[in-house]
Design a protein around this ligand. Structure first.
Ligand SMILES: [Zn+2]
Length: 65
């Protein structure tokens, strides 16, 4: 059984610092905003979950990207 909550690190597209995210894979594919813990700018986080409920990919990008 896979973990339902994954601890993931992504890079902030604004300041380049690492963000630690808790991703809930039970929700499935999702797009949400996460405030950067360093520069406090909202970052768009796109999460892709496969059919088995495992994290397939994550992307953090700017709002206008
Ligand atoms: Zn930042």
């Amino acid at each position: 059984m896979s973990a339902l909550i994954e601890d993931i690190e992504v890079t902030c597209p604004y300041c380049g610092e690492r963000l630690e995210l808790d991703v809930d894979c039970t929700v499935g594919n999702q797009i949400y905003y996460e405030d950067c813990q360093v520069c406090c700018v909202p970052v768009v986080v796109e999460v892709t979950v496969d059919d088995a409920g495992d994290l397939a990919g994550i992307r953090a990008h700017r709002d206008d990207d």
